[in-house]
Write a protein that binds this ligand. Structure first.
Ligand code: ADP
Ligand code: MG
Length: 414
């Protein structure tokens, strides 16, 4: 599969990993390309077609061990997954024997298990030292722990321990989504000894040109609707791939099922007030202020504020302009809209149409209509956009003009 953009990030990553001991944090929303970036760097480090001939390649022979955190948060799950793929050398420190129960795959290659200890804390420390010692013996090695937003408490502590004692031959890379992270990953970086370097990368979505390039690779013949997927996908490669697949299969460009499921799962996990705020934002076509959202969502102002903050933190909403919020991507908006039940939709619409207080200010629906009218849309176009009848739009326009003290809709765009 083609790989586009990310020249700077690849260089930064390669540069950081070429100088262990180092801890690298890679942050980015779901599907933005964290795993792919690492894959590009570690799977064909010396490829001549690599876009970065000038930057440091991964040193030849450096092993990369990868473990993923899982929503089920199995204790030490990612570390076991990563170490399972290691080829342990013959001469190992006896302390690595403590890993025998965790790594039955090659327990016979490890020293005998040390006798049990009466204190669980001491035993845990011995296990941590076992991991450290095995990594040291595997030199040089890069340990990648993916999706740390799902880290289990034991792995979290082990990672903090490893980061502080990182052997000179080891690089530690952690990837995560800030929006799903409950505990600050920065704690891994806290109290790093001065000789251990660290780097932080934040992956943004692809820009419009990169998006177009990826679409060109994915859909070589131009298909109807493939011209510009950037506004719909927000440049998130996963969304681009999914949408391109739908187009290639001749389907209408709707919300790709995988993306819809991810959005709905996230929406479900929000507290009710935050969920209602997101649904309210989805039925509005433009970004609006928090107060309007709370009003349309039908939640008290304070809960609305908390819900709004949570929805932004979880990456569903975005502050598009100061104080105005909307769904992060059109596809996300579409997915949320499609999931709203008829009853909830009726309630949202009722509040959207409710007259605003104090007298003279526009209702949220009138604001919506006015904004589209100011953009030059006809009543029919506004009606189609907002799923209203043209007659309703006509009434909203008339009321809004009256409240604003205007006599013609042309005055709206001034
Ligand atoms: N720069 C890129 N160029 C082309 N495809 C990409 C790029 N970044 C990510 N992808 C593709 O997008 C999808 C999601 O990327 P992934 O790395 O799994 O995201 P993340 O790990 O951030 O959730 C994958 O199929 C991946 O191959
Ligand atoms: Mg990933």
């Amino acid at each position: 599969m083609p790989f586009v953009g990310r020249a700077r990030e690849l260089c930064q990553l390669a540069d950081a990993l070429s100088r262990p001991p180092v801890v690298v944090l890679i942050e980015g929303e779901a599907g933005v390309g964290k795993t792919r970036l690492l894959h590009e760097l570690t799977s064909h480090p010396l490829s001549t077609s690599h876009p970065l001939p000038a930057c440091h390649p991964m040193p030849v022979g450096r092993a990369v061990l990868t473990g993923r955190c899982h929503p089920m948060r199995f204790p030490y799950g990612p570390i076991v997954e990563a170490l399972r793929d290691a080829c342990p050398p013959r001469e190992l420190n006896p302390v690595t024997g403590a890993l025998r129960p965790l790594l039955p795959e090659y327990a016979h290659l490890l020293p005998p298990a040390p006798p049990p200890l009466s204190d669980a804390h001491v035993e845990r420390h011995r296990l941590f030292r076992g991991v450290l010692s095995l990594l040291e013996a595997l030199c040089p090695v890069t340990l990648v722990v993916e999706d740390v937003h799902w880290v289990d408490p034991d792995t979290r502590e082990l990672l903090s321990f490893l980061a502080r004692c990182l052997p000179d031959t080891v690089g530690l890379v952690l990837t995560y989504r800030a929006e799903d992270l409950r505990h600050p990953v920065a704690e891994v970086l806290a109290h790093l000894p001065p000789h251990i370097d660290h780097a932080e990368l934040s992956l943004a979505p692809l820009d419009p040109e990169e998006t177009a390039l990826l679409v060109k690779h994915l859909l070589p013949g131009s298909l109807p609707g493939s011209a510009d997927l950037w506004p719909l996908t927000g440049g998130v490669p996963f969304a681009i791939e999914e949408l391109a697949r739908m187009l290639a299969e001749g389907r209408e460009p709707g919300t790709p099922p995988a993306l819809r499921d991810a959005v709905l799962l996230k929406l479900e996990s929000l507290p009710l007030a935050a969920r209602r705020i997101v649904q309210a934002a989805a039925v509005m076509s433009d970004p609006v202020c928090g107060k309007t959202l709370a009003g349309v969502a039908g939640v008290p102002a304070e809960q609305g504020e908390r819900g709004l903050a949570e929805a932004v933190r979880r990456g569903l909403l975005r502050e598009w302009t100061p104080g105005r919020y909307g769904l992060r991507q059109p596809l996300t908006r579409q997915a949320v809209c499609e999931s709203i039940t008829p009853t909830v939709r009726r309630r949202l619409n009722r509040r959207l149409d409710a007259p605003a207080e104090p007298q003279g200010t526009l209702s949220p629906r009138e604001e919506q209509v006015v904004r589209l009218a100011a953009d030059g849309l006809t009543n029919k176009e506004i009606a189609e956009n907002l799923f209203l009848s043209p007659r309703t739009v006509e009434v909203h326009v008339a009321n809004a003009l009256h409240k604003l003290g205007l006599t013609s809709r042309r005055q709206l765009s001034r």
